[in-house]
Ligand binder design. Structure first.
Ligand code: NAP
Length: 461
């Protein structure tokens, strides 16, 4: 029987890794989710299939587990079906928080019940419990902020000192739990309350727009916590799944931070995007253009590159944008999309929007693949993007976004920027591109502007 269990866990681990590999390309990502999901079904079924009340390593209380599974699966299925694309980050935060909470719950069972034996197991249970509880309360705060149920950023005097003290006290309580062997319930409770409070305190000052990076970090935390608890329960599937989530989440967090040219500590402990930032005087003047003129210029161009950004998501203009692209292609124009790694407000935000509108993958290009082509483009059109196309990132050392790689839209012969008004980007800095001689602003909601452009192209025949 043990062989069947271990072989099934091995199969589950293979399916997780295979699924993750397929998620690395938009073409295979959907099937990757199905493969990894199949791995999870195998792992859950094999855990439930071997019920033996006499053996403490096997599952007991099957009926309670089935009730919990039915509630959890039913609720997640219902929520997953109805969630709008724009609410995806908070949904991920919530689901991730549940993972961290589950890891902390396993630790609680071990610590309250005096089940974890030996210093090593106790230490792993405590570590997993600490990280899981921080991820649980932190993710719930992230969810509440993104859902608009909590103030964007809550600050008070000596906040960092209070946070540090809370962490120090919680870590000391954890060390005592390991040292004491089986400490009383009040110590265990104080330890978990401290960890939950720390997750809450460290997340409340972080601005809403930084939340995607924070959610990714907590996702990594959840994976690590699950991995530790997998050791405590001696469950290889949990260890492998936890390590995979932990390493993938860490990589994603680092990649996002790198693409924003910021360090993780800067994201966690400073308040970027919340304050007005001066970028110095910018030479040149802003010029505006009519949507119909911009559309005509693109119809007679040979190469057009589109830089989409957060405003495209706000306006939900992806369908109209693709309709416009198809008209340009029918007129013989070579059209490409250029995707900045942190355009929008969550990883892959633009890819998801464009996939939703049915844009074929072969005209969607990552920044590093397409950036060299802007100088050959007749027109670059910026749809609701700002920071990701700001040349100050290349030239202005005093700018908060200095060093962030950007899309080279300014190198195109003509640039059109679609935006509603004088609104700044997420970083709060003025955009030098808007003042350049080869740039004109087409004012309006991106969807309304696209409708006008489509109309203009149709009228031109
Ligand atoms: P952005 O810098 O946030 O700028 C968005 C622009 O869209 C604004 O200038 C706004 O100007 C315009 N806009 C808003 N609603 C619009 C609408 N309905 N129609 C037309 N335009 C509209 O966007 P971005 O270039 O995509 O840059 C993303 C930023 O978010 C980066 O600074 C990045 O570091 C940060 N970030 C990204 C992630 C991620 O995972 N992707 C995570 C955290 C932070 P108006 O108000 O004038 O219209």
């Amino acid at each position: 029987m043990n062989f069947i269990i271990q072989a099934s866990y091995f199969a589950a681990a293979f399916l997780f890794i295979f699924g993750l590999k397929r998620m690395s390309s938009p073409v295979t990502a959907r099937s990757g989710i199905v493969w990894a999901g199949a791995g999870m079904v195998v792992a859950v079924l094999v855990s439930l299939a071997f019920v033996d009340p006499k053996n403490p390593n096997f599952v007991t209380n099957l009926s309670l587990i089935l009730i919990a599974l039915a509630i959890g699966n039913g609720w997640a299925w219902w929520q997953g079906k109805r969630v709008p694309m724009t609410a995806m980050p908070q949904m991920v935060a919530l689901f991730n928080g549940m993972g961290g909470g589950s890891a902390a719950a396993i630790a609680a069972v071990e610590l309250y019940g005096g089940k974890a034996h030996g210093t090593a197991f106790l230490a792993l249970a405590v570590l997993g419990g600490l990280i899981g509880a921080v991820s649980f309360s932190g993710s719930l705060v992230a969810w509440a902020k993104l859902e608009g149920k909590m103030q964007r950023s809550i600050r008070f005097g000596a906040q960092q000192v209070v946070n540090l003290l809370t962490l120090a006290v919680t870590a000391a309580l954890g060390a005592y739990l390991v040292y004491a062997g089986h400490a009383g319930w009040e110590w265990v409770t104080a330890f978990f309350l401290g960890a939950l409070l720390f997750g809450f305190l460290v997340t409340v000052p972080i601005g809403g727009a930084d939340m995607p990076v924070v959610i990714s970090l907590y996702n990594a935390f959840t994976g690590i916590a699950v991995g530790f608890e997998g050791f405590v329960l001696q469950n290889p599937a949990m260890i492998i799944a936890g390590v995979l989530v932990g390493s993938a989440g860490t990589l994603l967090t680092l990649l996002m931070a790198k693409a924003m040219n910021r360090s993780i500590s800067n994201i966690l402990f400073t308040h970027f995007g919340e304050t007005e930032v001066g970028g110095g005087e910018i030479a040149g003047t802003m010029k505006s253009a009519e949507a119909s003129d911009a559309a005509a210029a693109m119809k007679y161009a040979s190469k057009v590159i589109i830089a989409p950004g957060y405003g495209l998501a706000v306006a939900q203009a992806q369908h109209k944008l693709y309709e416009f692209v198809k008209l340009l292609q029918a007129a013989g124009v070579d059209v490409k999309f250029a995707i900045h790694p942190v355009a929008g407000r969550m990883p892959g935000h633009m890819n998801v929007l464009l996939a939703e509108a049915g844009v074929p993958y072969d005209i969607i290009h990552d920044m590093e693949d397409v950036n060299g082509e802007f100088k050959e483009a007749d027109v670059a059109i910026v749809v609701g993007a700002n920071d990701t196309v700001n040349p100050a990132a290349r030239t202005n050392k005093s700018s908060p976004i200095f060093g962030m790689p950007i899309l080279n839209c300014d190198q195109a012969k003509q640039v059109y920027v679609i935006k509603r008004g004088q609104g700044k980007g997420y970083s709060g800095v003025e955009n030098e591109l808007f003042f350049k001689d080869n740039c004109a602003l087409v004012y309006g909601d991106a969807q309304a502007v696209m409708v006008k452009m489509i109309q203009a192209l149709k009228e031109l025949g």
